[in-house]
Design a protein around this ligand. Structure first.
Ligand code: SF4
Length: 346
């Protein structure tokens, strides 16, 4: 019988499994706390349950863990970038960043990505598989343990498209916010999507309180379809309609990510068109000087061009910030560590 990934089970699922093994319901809560609060590596460490039951659990379940394959620490601002090896030998990345409000972690949701955004390193080697809920959680648990930092917010903006791994991500959200575990308020979590429109409508219905962050990166279909193949399926109009719906249902502001690429999407005309499209929506635009990835041939807009773009949006009534660059000295763009490792393995 194949063992079950116990850390991916929600408390109610774990309770069902444990009751089926003849144990009382409260036992499930004890086991859940060992996994998600004390974060043990083996059933033997669960000292308030009998040895016999520890062995029974060990025969039915496994406890996921990760190996640190590489760790880069910024000498400038203490940003830490981890490359983790998964149980099957695949790799994912995550990044810890210190802000004035606490430490934030950016996690991956898939091994690789099938969305094909032309400016992104994560998609170059293609898609391998979805991450399990425990593999997403363990990026947080292992990074917190290794760094000794208390993580106060989570950003799902690493490798992968979270809404393309929808069921596992929903389960992860339930686990990460469980009061018997990490107990993270979902108000401190941002989920980033390239714009899978049906999933945005579905997610809105869950009214989870998280921040939806949409990778927009273009003011119109012409530019967006060139840089983001997903736009050939869902137009900018359809995407923004879904975002307006999300705001109406959840009363949460949507955040639009806009990576400024020199000569592609950074003109005054682009800024005006973007402002016209977003006018009246409860939203925020986050401008990002695009990361340099050799294969893409893209270059970041000049700093004064970024500021001009921001000022124009602000003058047109669009709440806009420029993302602070952290970890500049370890600034492999998202997906590059894994890709280098991948090339190395070959
Ligand atoms: S930007 Fe996000 S959705 Fe697009 S290819 Fe990269 S990881 Fe995938």
């Amino acid at each position: 019988m194949e063992k079950i990934d116990i850390k991916s089970l929600t408390l109610s699922e774990l309770t069902e499994q444990i009751v089926a093994l003849g144990e009382p319901r409260f036992r499930a809560k004890q086991v859940f706390e060992w996994l998600h609060k004390k974060r043990v590596f083996s059933f033997e460490e669960m000292t308030n349950i009998s040895t016999k039951f520890q062995q029974l659990l060990d025969s039915r379940f496994y406890i996921n863990s990760l190996n640190i394959a590489k760790k880069l620490v910024s000498q400038i601002d203490n940003t830490v970038k981890y490359l983790y090896e998964l149980r099957d030998g695949e790799f994912v990345e995550c990044v810890l960043m210190d802000y004035h409000h606490g430490t934030s972690i950016c996690i991956s949701s898939q091994v690789g990505c099938k969305m094909g955004c032309t400016f992104c390193a994560s998609t170059i080697a293609g898609f391998v598989r979805n991450l399990t809920p425990s593999e997403m959680l363990d990026q947080i648990y292992f990074s917190a343990r290794d760094s000794g930092r208390k993580i106060s917010s989570v950003v799902m903006m690493g490798i992968g498209e979270p809404l393309d791994n929808y069921d596992n991500v929903l389960r992860f959200l339930e686990l990460v916010s469980d009061e018997n575990g990490l107990n993270l308020s979902l108000r401190h979590l941002s989920l980033s999507t390239c714009g899978l429109v049906e999933r945005i409508y579905e997610l809105a219905e869950h009214r989870l309180g998280l921040t939806l962050s949409v990778s927009l990166h273009a003011p119109n279909d012409k530019i967006r379809s060139k840089t983001m193949p997903v736009n050939r399926k869902y137009s900018v109009d359809e995407l923004l309609k879904a975002c307006r719906y999300y705001v109406d249902v959840t009363r949460r502001r949507v955040s639009f990510e806009y990576a400024l690429i020199r000569g592609v999407n950074d003109s005054e005309k682009d800024a005006r068109e973007l402002a016209a499209r977003l006018r009246g929506m409860l939203c925020h635009v986050n401008l990002i000087p695009v990361n340099r990835v050799e294969e893409t041939g893209y270059h970041a807009s000049e700093q004064d061009g970024v500021v001009r773009f921001q000022n124009l949006l602000l003058s047109l009534g669009i709440n806009t910030t420029i993302r602070r660059t952290l970890g500049a000295d370890i600034n492999a763009a998202c997906g590059q560590l894994r890709r280098n490792r991948h090339n190395f393995k070959r």
